[in-house]
Design a protein around this ligand. Structure first.
Ligand code: MSP
Length: 521
C-alpha cells in the first residue's frame, strides 16, 4: 500500500491558535484526506512547539508555570482542530519527555560528527522569531521587520554552534538534483539566493534560559528552540508504546513526503533542517512547500494592528466546510491571500449552496417526479457535455493535488457543477417529460446526478460534511469523515453511480449564509 505523510509546523503556544495556523492545518488535512481517497496509508503530523524564551516569557507574564501554560494552549489547538474537522494521526509536543530522548540522541550524533563547537555569540535577537537578525535587516530603532512593534535584544554570550557552513556544497547539490525539493518556485529561488551568499554557522544553544532541554555536554545551556522543534517531526513518528530512539522513530515513516509551512519559516526548513539531517546521516524530507500569508481586507494580519481573525469565532459562526472551502479554493497555496467577509459569504453561498446544493436539490426532485426515485438508466446522448467534462476530472484533480494546487482541486469539480446547472436549463427536462421523451429525460437526469456525485466525491477532502450529505441523498451509505470510499479509480471516475439506486428526498446540503455578520477579533 502506498504511503503519504504530511506535516504542519509545530505551532508556538505563546497564544491561542489564529487563522494562520488554521490555514496550514486545513491545507495539510485536505492533502491527507485526498491521499486517503486514493487508498494510501496516511499520516498527518501536527503539534506544538513549546520551549524557548518566547513561551517562557508568556507564561511568566501570565504568572503560571510554563508547562501549565503549554498544557492549556495545547487544549486550545486540539479543540480548534476538532472543530475544523482535522483528522491528524500524530500530535507532536516538544515538551514530551520522549522528545527529549530523541533530541539528546540527535545532538550526540551531530556532536560526534564534529559539527558542534563553542563560540561567542554576539548579535540582535528577536524573541518573537526566536532568531538572530542581521543588523541590515532591522527597521530603524532596532525593530524586527516581521514584528515591527518589537525591539530586538542584544546578546553576547558563549553558545554552541552548528557547522552549517560545512554543508553549503551538499545543500546546493540537493537543490540542483531535486528541483522540486522546495516549492513553489519563488520560494526555491529565495533559498538559492540566500545559500549562494554563503552559509554562516548558527548557534544552537542558549545561556540564561531554563525552558528547554539541557545541552547534553553542558547543563548550563539549553538547546535552541528551533534545533529542538524541527526534531519534533521525527519524534512524532514513534508508535505510542515504543521506546524512544532515533532508529525506531525513522523506521517506518521517515522521510516524510512533505513539510507544509508558511513562507516565514522557510530558511529553517529548507536550509538548517536538511543540514542537521545530513550531519546526523539521516534521510531528508522529500519536499518542503511554503504557503503565503493571509491578509485581512488587504492588510497584513497582526496582533498590533488588531485585525487578527479568530478562527474559533469563524468556525462557530459558519461551520468548518465553509471555512475550509473558502481558504483553500480562493487562495492559491503559495501566494498571499485575503480574507474579506463579504467575499467569503458570497463565495460559499454561490458555490456550495447554489451550484452544488441547488443542483442536487433540483435534480433529485425531478428524479422523484419522473424516475420513481431511482437513478435512471444511462441511455445514449449524442451531445454529452457533462461526460466530456467529467471523464478526465479525477485525473485532473489528482494532478492538482500532486502539485499542491488546492485552489484548482476545488475549482475543477465546481466547474462541472456549474456546467451542469446551465445544462439543466438548456435541456429543460420538464419539457422532455411533457413531450414524452422518456429515454432522453432519463439520460439527462442520469448525467446531472452523476455530475453532482463526482463533484462531491472530488471535493470531499475539502468539504467532507457537505459531500457526505450529497452522497447520502444519492443513496449511498457513506461518511467521508469516518470511512471514505477509497477506490478512487471507481468513485473518482465518470459513471460510477449505480443505475436503479434509490435516492433520498432532497434536503439542503449547505445552508445559505444570510445576513452578513460582523467579524469579531
Ligand atoms: N514554532 C514554529 C514552527 C516550528 S516547526 C518545527 C513557528 N510557529 S508559529 O506558530 O509562529 O507559526 C506557524 C505557522 O503559522 C507558520 O508556518 C506561519 O507561516 C503560519 N502563519 C502565521 N501567521 C500567518 C498568517 N498571517 N498567514 C498564514 N500563515 C501564517 O513558526
Amino acid at each position: 500500500m502506498a504511503r503519504f505523510s504530511v506535516t504542519t509546523p509545530l505551532y508556538y503556544v505563546n497564544a491561542r491558535p489564529h487563522i494562520g495556523s488554521a490555514y496550514t492545518t486545513m491545507a495539510a488535512d485536505a492533502l491527507a484526506r485526498f491521499a486517503r481517497l486514493r487508498g494510501d496509508q496516511v499520516l498527518l503530523v501536527t503539534g506544538t512547539d513549546e520551549h524557548g524564551q518566547k513561551i517562557q516569557r508568556t507564561a511568566q507574564e501570565r504568572g503560571v508555570a510554563p508547562q501549565v501554560h503549554c498544557d492549556e494552549m495545547v487544549r486550545e489547538f486540539q479543540a480548534l482542530w476538532e472543530k475544523l474537522n482535522i483528522r491528524w494521526q500524530r500530535f507532536s509536543r516538544t515538551t514530551d519527555p520522549r522528545h527529549g530522548v530523541i533530541v539528546r540522541e540527535f545532538f550526540q550524533k551531530v556532536w560526534e560528527r564534529g559539527d558542534i563547537y563553542l563560540h561567542q555569540q554576539q548579535g540582535w535577537y528577536c524573541v518573537a522569531c526566536e532568531e538572530f537578525k542581521d543588523e541590515r535587516e532591522l527597521l530603524p530603532g532596532q525593530f524586527c521587520p516581521l514584528h515591527p512593534h518589537l525591539q530586538v535584544e542584544w546578546r553576547d554570550e558563549p553558545n554552541y554552534f552548528f557547522r552549517l557552513s560545512r554543508y553549503q556544497a551538499q545543500l546546493e547539490d540537493l537543490y540542483q538534483s531535486q528541483p522540486d525539493f522546495i516549492q513553489p518556485e519563488t520560494r526555491r529561488n529565495e533559498v538559492l539566493k540566500f545559500v549562494s551568499q554563503g552559509l554562516a554557522d548558527f548557534s544552537i544553544s542558549r545561556l540564561h534560559l531554563d525552558w528547554g532541554f539541557p545541552v547534553p555536554v553542558d547543563p548550563n545551556q539549553v538547546i535552541y528552540v528551533w534545533f529542538d522543534a524541527l526534531l519534533g517531526y521525527v519524534t512524532a513518528l514513534l508508535e505510542v508504546e515504543e521506546e524512544p530512539s532515533l532508529a525506531q522513530a525513522v523506521k517506518t515513516w521517515w522521510p516524510v513526503d512533505v513539510h507544509l509551512i508558511g513562507k516565514d519559516i522557510l530558511r529553517f526548513h529548507a536550509v538548517y533542517w536538511p543540514a542537521m539531517l545530513l550531519s546526523a546521516e539521516l534521510p531528508l524530507p522529500k519536499r518542503i512547500f511554503a504557503h503565503g500569508f493571509l491578509t485581512k481586507d488587504g492588510q497584513k494580519m497582526s496582533k498590533s494592528l488588531g485585525n487578527i481573525i479568530d478562527p474559533f469565532y469563524l468556525v462557530a459562526e459558519y461551520g468548518s466546510d465553509a471555512l475550509r472551502y473558502y481558504f483553500l479554493k480562493e487562495i492559491e497555496l503559495g501566494k498571499d491571500g485575503d480574507f474579506n467577509e463579504e467575499r467569503f459569504i458570497q463565495t460559499v453561498n454561490a458555490d456550495l449552496a447554489n451550484d452544488l446544493g441547488n443542483l442536487l436539490n433540483r435534480t433529485l426532485k425531478l428524479v422523484h417526479k419522473y424516475c420513481d426515485g431511482k437513478v435512471p438508466p444511462v441511455n445514449v446522448l449524442p451531445d454529452d457535455p457533462l461526460r466530456l467534462l467529467g471523464q478526465d476530472l479525477g485525473a485532473q484533480v489528482a494532478e492538482a493535488y500532486q502539485h499542491f494546487a488546492l485552489h484548482r482541486a476545488c475549482g475543477l469539480p465546481l466547474a462541472l457543477a456549474q456546467r451542469a446547472n446551465k445544462w439543466i436549463d438548456e435541456q429543460a427536462p420538464w419539457q422532455l417529460a411533457k413531450t414524452g421523451a422518456q429515454a432522453d429525460l432519463e439520460a439527462v437526469l442520469y448525467r446531472l446526478l452523476e455530475a453532482v456525485r463526482l463533484a462531491a466525491y472530488l471535493l470531499s477532502p475539502v468539504i467532507p460534511q457537505t459531500s457526505t450529505r450529497i452522497y447520502q441523498q444519492l443513496g449511498y451509505e457513506v461518511d467521508f469523515d469516518q470511512d471514505p470510499p477509497s477506490d478512487y479509480d471507481r468513485h473518482g471516475r465518470w459513471g460510477a453511480l449505480p443505475v436503479g439506486q434509490p435516492v433520498a428526498q432532497p434536503e439542503p446540503v449547505f445552508a445559505r449564509i444570510g445576513i452578513p455578520k460582523v467579524i469579531k477579533s
